[in-house]
Design a protein around this ligand. Structure first.
Ligand code: ADP
Ligand code: MG
Length: 255
């Protein structure tokens, strides 16, 4: 198997809390890989380590074999590893397309400022980025919302706008942190379709998701975290019937 992303004995410690302990996992090229587990299991911490937001206390992150453990978030994004956040990050007073462009600027390496400073080329780059932003919005079904204020969009649409932002820069892999949390069932279906379309475009998708039915429907691989450790991994139907997984979920629900 070729891994697009891989962790080797990743650990992350906050004071006395082991957010991640010895997490070794592989995300296969062109997979739709779900990361599930109870609250506090370490799922978001894992994403933060994979995208340069947190520096792990131990272990390594590899992207197509290269060590990216110590790169900062902008560099990681520049490699084509893009993400969305559990707590939505929206500039409410900016238009939808400007919000999407705020993602595209990550790709304008080595850095956008030097391009702006260089003058005449800037317009061309900007035009290209706007075209890509529109394509991206079209892809998530929000093309007709492009000029509206992001703050005026209903929550589910904002989640899709975040997807558009992650898609603008030709990503290799997108990491989605609870893309369907808190949205209506209609939006959930729409999001599920968009996620499957992203995957069928050849982009690897890694998704943290609480909705086990959604995971079972769309994922090709599942990893289950509990207390910062991998407790199960494999195909969705195998993981679902795994007694450790059932125990991890049931234990928390009774609290
Ligand atoms: N920045 C941080 N500072 C201190 N503790 C943190 C921080 N981020 C996460 N944690 C702790 O790490 C553990 C895992 O959290 P998190 O990765 O957010 O879990 P999940 O996304 O699975 O709900 C929790 O105990 C959480 O309190
Ligand atoms: Mg989380």
């Amino acid at each position: 198997m070729t891994a697009v992303l891989q962790t080797e004995q990743l650990s992350l410690r906050f004071g006395g809390v082991d957010a991640l302990s010895d997490v070794s996992l592989q995300i296969a090229e062109s997979s739709l890989h779900a990361i599930i587990g109870p609250n506090g299991a370490g799922k978001t911490s894992l994403f933060n380590c994979l995208t340069g937001y947190y520096r792990p206390t131990g272990g390594a992150v590899r992207f197509r074999g290269s060590d990216v453990t110590r790169l900062d978030p902008a560099k990681v994004a520049g490699l084509g590893i893009r993400r969305t956040f559990q707590n939505i990050r929206v500039f409410p007073k900016m238009s939808v397309i400007e919000n999407v462009l705020a993602g595209g600027h990550l790709r304008a390496t080595p850095n956008l400022l030097s391009i702006i400073a260089s003058g005449p080329r800037f317009r061309k780059v900007e035009r290209q980025l706007r075209e890509e932003a529109m394509e991206s919005l079209d892809f998530v079904g929000l093309a007709d919302q492009w000029s509206n204020l992001a703050g005026d969009l209903p929550y589910g649409m904002r989640k899709r706008m975040e997807l558009a932002r992650a898609l603008i820069a030709n990503p290799v892999v997108v990491l989605l942190d609870e893309p369907a949390a808190g949205v209506s069932s209609v939006e959930r279906e729409e999001l599920s379709r968009v996620i499957q379309r992203i995957h069928s475009r050849g982009i690897c998708v890694v998704m943290i998701e609480h909705d086990v039915d959604l995971v079972m429907e769309v994922a090709t691989d599942v990893t289950v975290l509990d207390n910062g450790r991998v407790i199960a991994e494999g195909a969705p139907h195998d993981v679902r019937s795994n007694p450790d997984v059932i125990r991890a979920y049931m234990g928390r629900e009774r609290k």
